[in-house]
Design a protein around this ligand. Structure first.
Ligand SMILES: NC(=O)c1ccc[n+]([C@@H]2O[C@H](COP(=O)([O-])OP(=O)(O)OC[C@H]3O[C@@H](n4cnc5c(N)ncnc54)[C@H](OP(=O)(O)O)[C@@H]3O)[C@@H](O)[C@H]2O)c1
Length: 331
């Protein structure tokens, strides 16, 4: 098969569409012929050599895909060759074929195009596991989402809005703030011009946000705790603002607050399967009713993965950048 390989850790120019050995399907896995995959920020870190890839993961980039099952490993039930599916991957999506544990695979949702579905599973699994499973956001509560126009943000806004929460987002431009409002954000804060802590307090009558989904890590650690409501849950999923920060624990303690930091990719296959099953139960009906969609900024052929990484690194996108593998395979 062909896959995007990294010549050596560095810039996007290191990515090349290359002939590589086919993956081998183990017991409990299925082999997917990839239709499309999508770019996640972790891919850009992995390309630069800054991401700790979990042991046993595919050497290739790509945390999600849509495609068609072409082989079923020993002991797998519920899938047969020809099934159209989506998958949460631990790696290997930027390729023509990928082997994945069957629990990380779900049927292509009715009504969703395979190119859009390519960008579904990593963001959905991250948002569902953090905002709903771990933080337990409920109707009537307030969610603050940093980076509201990101792949993660556009997913979190729609789901929180759909489940009856009030949504506050941060973003860095007027166009991105508007996109967030269009998806259901109630309050949109330009982080370049406004102090988000003050704005959160102002729009919650001083109470704060019940749940914060954070991509900034150290840079926002202390202000995020300031912005938490009593019993608030700060869910750190990204470290774009650094790994080491200071926090006033007295603020956290007085609010009975919780700080969580997790990554989906490093979870076991069993945990990933639980997340995929829960997200599927909750979100497939919404997709079928047209109440949730993947926001796709653009689709590029997979052999232009370097260009796709530049778009993500320049933050020139709203939602997901999809890589079309079928277009390059010619099928
Ligand atoms: N832990 C996990 O399992 C997991 C899984 C998936 C993703 N993530 C993390 O989630 C984050 C989003 O991922 P993605 O793939 O959706 O990335 P993405 O589309 O590239 O988005 C990155 C976002 O960061 C925002 N940003 C930059 N500086 C900011 C600031 N000072 N304040 C607020 N927002 C700021 C950007 O907003 P502007 O463009 O408006 O500046 C952009 O929306 C990343 O940090 C990623 O590593 C974690």
């Amino acid at each position: 098969m062909r896959a995007i390989t990294i010549a050596e850790p560095g810039g996007p120019e290191q990515l090349a569409w290359t002939e590589v050995p086919d993956p081998v399907v183990a017991a409990g896995e299925v082999l997917i012929q990839v239709t499309a995959t999508a770019v996640n920020r972790a891919d850009t870190l992995q390309r630069m050599g800054f991401y700790q890839v979990p042991p046993g993961a595919s050497p290739y980039l790509g945390l999600e895909c849509s495609g068609k099952i072409v082989e079923v490993g020993a002991g797998v039930s519920g899938f047969v060759p020809g099934d159209e599916v989506v998958a949460l991957l631990t790696g290997g999506g930027y390729a023509e074929l990928v082997a994945v544990p069957a629990g990380q695979v779900a049927p292509l949702p009715n009504g969703m195009a395979a190119l859009d579905a390519a960008g579904l599973m990593e963001t959905l699994s991250t948002v569902w596991s953090n905002v709903f499973m771990l933080a337990g956001l409920t109707a009537g509560q307030t969610l603050l989402v940093h980076g509201g126009s990101s792949g993660i943000g556009t997913t979190a806004i729609q789901l929180a809005h759909e489940f009856g929460a009030r949504v506050i987002v941060t973003a860095g431009s007027a166009a991105k703030l508007q996109a967030c409002r269009d998806l259901g954000a109630d309050v949109a804060v330009n982080y370049r011009e406004e102090d988000f802590v003050e704005r959160v307090r102002e729009v919650t009558d001083g109470r704060g946000a019940d749940v914060i989904l954070d991509n900034m890590g150290a840079a926002y650690l202390d202000p995020n705790v300031e912005a938490l409501a009593p019993h608030g849950r700060l869910m750190i999923i990204g470290l774009q603002g650094g790994v080491k920060g200071e926090v006033n624990l007295n603020n956290l303690l007085r609010k009975w607050g919780t700080i969580s930091a997790t990554t989906v990719r490093a979870r076991s296959s069993e945990e990933k399967a639980q997340i995929v099953a829960a997200a599927r139960d909750a979100v497939w009906p919404l997709i079928e009713q047209g109440r949730f969609r993947v926001i796709v900024d653009r689709v590029l052929p997979v052999d232009q993965a370097a260009e796709a990484h530049r778009v993500i690194e320049d933050s020139g996108h709203i939602g997901k950048v999809v890589l079309d593998v079928a277009a390059v395979r010619g099928s």
